[in-house]
Write a protein of this length. Structure first.
Lengths: 314, 691
């Protein structure tokens, strides 16, 4: 572990932490414009965070340590994932420590802490949000891991840096059916994991239709700021991961010199993906909760096809 | 039979080699079992659980000593011809057996310690007979992996089964469900025993001897090998609770006293896996690929079915028991994968899969013993196992809640938990098997990965439910609101288990050498599947993972977040107490909370076709008018579908046959004489015609 690795890892964390709210703002702005509204501007989420960070956190009557710990753990897992995933560099200090399975597990751990916090409040909405979020988490898991299988089988490693490096060395790999199918499967997963349309509506104001928002209803002040911030970072990391796995060009190696270029490439890739997701959301309606499993089953089939084609068409 | 008498004779009998640490430890365990039985029979009721518990703790620790010595590279064999008529007793401890002896010993010691605190106030075993069965069960459990011949294994296996049956029935006066669980357990354990008996006797007959060394050397025809393996797999699979032979497990493990539940669920079921490894890999030497495809398929079905039932269960101990079915399914999935790779000529991946299965046995033992003991503490404090009636325990039982959380983290297979490490190894072996070639692998492995992943996801849902609904939130009943923290002995026992889980979660690499030794014994070739210190490295696979670094990184990130928030928001450090968000409708009551049943409802709906829940809605109209509803009753239950579809018809047939009994034997002497007459005449006729 050298100084340059640590610098690159820290740069990743800083970029994700700073860029997450901006990405969210950008997506909202795209959506607003396409819907014919003026929009609040790209920096609105940052202004919200600034406001929330100055407000007192609240502990509702009867809530315990799970409620208090969840924002911290959610933020911590998001930070660790941001450090481990090859967004700017393939030489992250945490790459040997956390492979793709561990990254998926850490993201799930963050979700679980939030679900436990929601149950801890002992309200109907909290339980409802937790139940729905965990159901979706359980159903998403097979797709992710089978897609990981498809991506890592030919590389011989589930470490993200190894997968990205192999793709950089053999660019045609991206155009293989296995890779394309896995990309489609993982795209559905990212939408489900980050609570975007058509799985969850992040802008809903009706408690009964909420998933993610129902879990965080009781949070206020700095707690809410952490939860919102971490959510935007998770969105950034997952979009960045999707970009790194399927369009890895621009990611720096061990040296620091390529880092500015990597940063530019990362910003372009994630912004494009985010804007595309934001634009697509304008044309989508939220699925009924019990139609979501069908969508996820479809993505699992795609992932299984990806594995099959990586074996039979290779 | 008193195992204690065995202990004394063991020392006196002539043994092949000088008695080593293993020999002395196992002899000590048998001696302590004798002492425990004496204490159970002779001591007054007040000190009885303590004395027997202490003896059982000693048995467990002796087992750990023996197991660790075996894992350290020692081996020990002994023949004691006088101990068992006709066949004699043969004991052989190698690293593979040592792995299971160690796990069993650890679980026994801690669960017995817990049991000392648990006994009394109508809980736990207290009677003479039941307490006398405890040390016998412990010693038999410990010695099964040390058996060195077919007859020794069978005797110990049956001793273990009978003693555990007595323990399961301990609370039969308190609840009628216990007797029913006992019936199921007795029937299925005997079915399993008969299958093992037939398989091993057939094997021994073809091998011409009954010691494992002779079996190992035998050269069986392929069909005999197949028949032996299937029979033995059925027998050991029933002990491990594999679907469809699992139906006894959620009943017996839920109805047994909680320390016994921990022993059954964390130690006894493992021996099913031990049996399959011993016979399939060690004795039969791997065998054909279809054997292991069968194991893989049964394991996958068990894992999925077990966790689905656990996800919709509202009874805490039943939930944990179904989770045992799931985890044993995962272990057998690993074994099946290992066998397939072994038969396909990929020894490195096979060793990795086998290592994953063995490590999962250990991890599962750790977190399941912890979870069952914590569930026992809840039962002890509230008198209820119904999650729908629990809640709010974190305020009244903070230590138990924290310890249960550690166990739940392991059981949910999330990072920072110990279950994650072994599931990671399992996934690595499945994912990296593709180059091993063959269409079978290419089709089976992605499906296996999908099963493991769905299982992991549902396990998360299960344990979020168990922890979030059972321990967090607000109390849903008066009993839960009045719960008190467990006595220090119970907390200490659970604390040891939690520490073990934490150790396994962050430093699994410390086990790498002994794991390699156990795997090498099973596959009979030196392998080194897992290496590394802080970071785990695998043989033949480039993936790495470091649970310790991940834990440190998460801890550092939490500290950094706290520091950053403190810096940015210094003025607002004090938290404000507020009322819950109630939509302006007045404070929400505890009855408005989500319960375990409602939490699992979406999953129940998604897996409607598999679970086939039974939902009855009875609408009672008012006496005056059918349009006015007086009462609506809603009943929902998720019965075990396998039990319903597979066992109910069999039981019905047996019952109908049983009803023939009174008809055939109605007490008339004339009829019995007629039976005798026609029986003898018929026999004579047959003999006259055939000879």
């Amino acid at each position: 572990m050298t100084g340059s690795t640590l610098t690159a890892t820290a740069a990743q964390v800083v970029v994700v932490a700073a860029g997450g709210p901006l990405l969210l703002g950008g997506m909202r702005q795209v959506r607003a414009r396409l819907e014919g509204r003026a929009g609040a501007g790209v920096t609105q989420p940052w202004r919200d965070l600034r406001k929330l960070l100055r407000r007192q956190p609240a502990t509702p009557a009867g809530a315990g340590w799970a409620f208090r710990m969840a924002p911290l753990l959610l933020m911590a897992t998001s930070l660790v994932v941001a450090a481990a995933v090859p967004l700017l560099t393939t030489a992250s200090a945490l790459d040997p420590a956390a492979d793709l399975f561990a990254v998926v597990g850490l993201l799930a751990l963050g979700t679980v802490t939030l679900a436990l916090a929601a149950l801890d409040t002992g309200t109907a909405f909290g339980g409802m949000g937790a139940s729905r979020e965990i159901t979706i988490l359980a159903l998403v898991e097979p797709t992710i891991l089978v897609a990981v299988f498809a991506l890592s089988a030919r590389v011989g490693s589930t470490n993200l840096a190894a997968i990205v490096t192999a793709t950089l060395r053999d660019p045609l790999r991206v155009a293989s059916p296995a890779s394309l199918l896995a990309a489609a499967a993982l795209a559905v997963v990212v939408v489900a994991e980050t609570g975007r349309l058509p799985v969850d509506n992040p802008a809903t104001h009706l408690e009964l239709t909420m998933i993610h928002e129902a879990m965080v209803l009781e949070y206020a002040g700095t707690d809410l700021a952490l939860v919102e911030w971490a959510a935007s970072m998770r969105l950034t990391v997952l979009l960045g991961l999707l970009a790194s796995l399927f369009v890895p060009w621009g990611i720096a190696g061990t040296g620091l010199a390529a880092l500015p270029l990597a940063l530019l490439a990362f910003v372009v890739k994630v912004t494009t993906l985010g804007m595309a997701l934001g634009a697509a959301e304008v044309f989508l309606a939220k699925l009924r909760l019990f139609r979501v499993p069908e969508l996820l089953a479809g993505s699992l089939v795609l992932a299984l096809l990806a594995v099959a084609s990586s074996f039979f068409l290779a | 039979m008193s195992a204690g008498a065995g202990g004394h004779r063991l020392r006196a009998a002539g043994v092949d080699r000088p008695v080593t640490v293993i020999g002395w430890a196992l002899a000590g365990a048998c001696g302590l079992a004798g002492v425990g039985v004496l204490a159970a029979v002779a001591s007054p009721a007040r000190v009885r659980p303590g004395l027997v518990g202490a003896a059982t703790v000693g048995i467990g620790m002796a087992g750990m000593v023996a197991g660790l010595a075996a894992l350290g590279g020692q081996s020990w064999q002994a023949r004691l011809p006088g101990l068992l008529p006709l066949a004699g007793v043969q004991v052989a401890v190698d690293p593979l057996g040592g792995w299971f002896v160690t796990v069993t010993g650890g679980v026994l010691a801690v669960a017995a310690l817990y049991g000392v605190g648990y006994a009394g106030r109508g809980h736990g075993p207290g009677g003479r007979g039941v307490l006398a069965a405890l040390p016998v069960f412990a010693a038999a459990l410990l010695l099964v992996p040390a058996a060195g011949s077919v007859s020794t294994l069978l005797v110990l296996w049956e001793l273990m089964a009978v003693a555990s049956l007595v323990l399961v029935l301990a609370e039969h006066r308190a609840r009628p469900a216990v007797a029913e669980a006992g019936w199921w357990y007795a029937a299925l354990t005997q079915v399993g025993f008969v299958a093992i008996l037939l398989g091993l006797v057939l094997y021994a007959a073809h091998a011409g001897g009954d010691s494992f060394a002779e079996l190992r050397a035998a050269d069986l025809p392929a069909w005999v090998g197949g028949v032996v393996f299937v029979l033995v797999f059925v027998g050991f699979g029933s002990k491990a609770g594999l679907v469809p032979l699992h139906v006894w497990l959620p009943r017996a493990h839920a109805e047994a006293p909680s320390p016994v539940s921990a022993m059954l669920s964390a130690a006894m079921v493992n021996l099913g896996a031990y049996g399959v490894i011993r016979v399939g890999f060690d004795l039969l030497g791997g065998g054909a690929r279809w054997w292991w495809l069968l194991v893989l398929a049964v394991g996958a079905v068990s894992a999925l079915y077990g966790i689905l039932q656990a996800a919709v269960a509202a009874d805490l101990k039943r939930l944990l028991a179904y989770s045992t079915v799931e985890n044993m399914g995962l272990v057998f999935l690993g074994l099946g994968a290992a066998g397939i790779f072994h038969a396909s000529g990929a020894p490195a991946v096979a060793a990795l899969a086998l290592a994953a299965a063995l490590l999962h046995v250990l991890n599962h033992a750790g977190f399941k013993a912890l979870l069952f003991t914590a569930a026992g503490s809840v039962l002890h404090a509230t008198g209820s196992r119904d999650l729908d009636a629990l809640g709010g325990l974190r305020a009244r039982m903070p230590v138990t809640t924290a310890l249960f959380a550690v166990g739940a983290l392991g059981a949910a297979a999330l990072p920072l938990g110990n279950g994650f490490v072994s599931e990671w190894l399992l996934l690595q072996s499945l994912v990296q098997a593709l180059p091993a070639g063959g269409v079978v692998i290419a089709v089976a492995m992605p499906l296996a990965v999908a099963v493991v992943a769905l299982t992991a996801g549902l396990a998360v849902a299960t344990f979020v439910k168990a922890l979030g609904v059972g321990f967090f939130a607000r109390p849903r009943s008066d009993a839960a609101a009045a719960a008190t923290e467990s006595p220090p002995v119970m907390l200490a026992a659970m604390g040891i288990l939690a520490a073990a889980c934490a150790g396994l979660a962050v430093a699994p690499a410390a086990l790498a050498p002994v794991l390699s030794r156990a795997v090498s014994t099973a596959t009979d070739s030196p392998t080194d599947p897992v290496r590394g210190g802080v970071t785990l490295h695998l043989a033949g696979v480039a993936s790495t993972m470091s649970p310790l670094l991940t834990a440190v990184a998460v801890a550092a990130a939490v500290a950094a977040t706290i520091a950053a928030v403190g810096l940015v928001a210094r003025r607002v450090a004090r938290r404000r107490a507020v009322a819950l968000w109630d939509c302006g409708a007045g404070p929400p009551t505890p009855r408005m909370q989500y319960t375990a049943t409602s939490f699992a409802e979406p999953l129940q709906r998604v897996f409607d076709d598999v679970l086939a829940p039974q939902i009855d809605v009875d609408v009672t109209p008012h006496a005056e008018s059918t349009y006015l509803v007086a009462k609506v009753a809603y009943h929902a239950r998720v019965p075990d579908r396998v039990e319903h579809a597979l066992y109910t018809p069999v039981i019905d047939v047996v019952r109908r046959l049983g009803r023939l009994g009174p008809v055939l034997a109605n007490g008339s002497v004339h009829r019995y004489l007629a039976y005798g007459f026609f029986g003898v005449t018929g026999l004579l006729l047959i003999l006259a015609v055939t000879r």
